[in-house]
Design a protein around this ligand. Structure first.
Ligand code: PLP
Length: 379
């Protein structure tokens, strides 16, 4: 059998990792400024994390949600403390798309409405409702098309208010990324996030914060929307939550009540995922990684702004977009193969940095120096 070929891949096989370094099958060492797409939050093969999952699989690999899984309660408590949302409720699933799927569905169960507001440039995943809320017709199959989703311009308070004034009574939820990842590292303004909160309160809609890429401490706060001083009703999470062990979750505000059978999953909340996510929550708290993300992120952004040949630097913490006045495919190839540094992309002209939250200033300097050298070569 062959692979079903859906990914444009780099011609490199990564076989080993430690901290912010990875190695290919030929023994070459690379700096990881991409974190496997914002997944690696505490570095590769972090010993405490490896031990937590190893100990757990030696104890019990899996049992279903038909029994008490104490680890779920422990994780809920730790995430509540870390995010400052101790009164929220946790539901676990297996991926980011599934988290959004559950968030949107739960909102609809809660207020009995059908309409969803999403935003231009949004990416929310590839399952049916999540992809319908994603602003990319190329990945929406005919079966996923729905008249229930309206895309409004991102960061446009007036458009939001006008839309709510027109059909606010029918709107079930608003789903928004605090920083759009796939959409080009676009940061939601405080005014915009506050307006979403205000309109949702006024009309009884549910505010869903997609924190899958920008959450889990990456921007310096646990949720990227914290900086606006607003609380969402539901936060969806995945990527950085268990450092690569598959997991998705939603944190749900106290006034949305659960009913038996409303949501469900076989694998969600399994022992191994919980053990991994608990270890990550502990490491983020003990090693003050949110502070580190804010500090190193500020350093990287301030340094990047001094480099000639860059159009704009955007983001917060360790979610950074570097926009160039040219397509970056060649530059990314040179970073990878000549300088041995992994970065991500967002569209054709933006390089995306999503490194582990514990990268150091030395790691940042290696990247900055390599970028300076390659840009100088170009001139
Ligand atoms: C903001 C956002 N939401 C949802 C998803 C979907 O997550 P998953 O690929 O785990 O389904 C992603 C993945 O890149 C994402 O960046």
């Amino acid at each position: 059998m062959k692979m079903f070929n859906v990914y444009p891949i780099n011609d490199v096989a990564i076989v080993k990792g430690e901290g912010s370094w990875v190695w290919d099958d030929k023994g070459n060492k690379y700096l990881d400024m991409y974190g496997g797409h914002a997944v690696i939050s505490v570095g590769h093969t972090n010993p405490a994390y490896v031990k937590a999952i190893t100990d757990q699989i030696n104890q019990l690999g899996f049992y279903s949600n038909s029994v008490i899984i104490k680890l779920q309660k422990t994780l809920a408590e730790k995430l509540g403390q870390l995010s400052g949302k101790e009164d929220y409720q946790l539901f676990m699933c297996n991926s980011g798309a599934e988290a959004n799927e559950n968030a949107l569905k739960l909102a609809s169960f809660h207020n009995g409405r059908k309409k969803v507001v999403a935003f231009k440039g949004a990416f929310h995943g590839r399952t049916s409702l999540a992809v319908s809320c994603t602003d990319n017709p190329a990945i929406i199959a005919p079966v996923n098309e729905t008249p229930n989703v309206t895309f409004l311009p991102y960061n446009d308070v007036e458009a939001l208010k006008a839309h709510f004034a027109k059909e606010g009574e029918q709107i079930s939820s608003v789903i928004v990324e605090g920083i759009q990842g796939v959409g080009g590292i676009r940061v939601a303004s405080k005014e915009f996030l506050r307006a979403i909160r205000e309109q949702c309160d006024k009309y009884g809609a549910v505010y869903i914060a997609d924190a899958i890429q920008c959450g889990c401490g990456r921007t310096g706060g646990y949720y990227s929307q914290d900086y606006a001083g607003v609380s969402a009703d539901i936060y969806s999470m995945a990527k950085g939550l268990a450092n690569g062990f598959p997991i998705g979750a939603i944190a749900i505000c106290p006034n949305i009540a659960p009913k038996y059978g409303m949501l469900g999953t076989t694998f969600g909340g399994n022992h191994l995922a919980c053990a991994g996510a608990i270890a990550i929550a502990d490491i983020i708290r003990e090693e003050k990684l949110m502070e580190n993300a804010a500090n190193i992120g500020d350093y990287l952004m301030s340094q990047l702004k001094t480099i000639d040949g860059i159009t704009e630097v955007r983001g917060r913490g360790l979610m950074i977009g570097i926009e160039f006045p040219f397509e970056t495919a060649e530059l990314r190839k040179k970073l990878l193969f000549d300088k041995k540094i992994f970065v991500g992309a967002s569209g054709k002209t933006i390089i995306r940095l999503l490194p582990a939250l514990n990268i150091t200033r030395e790691h940042a300097d290696i990247f900055l120096q390599a970028l300076r050298e390659l840009l100088a070569e170009n001139n």
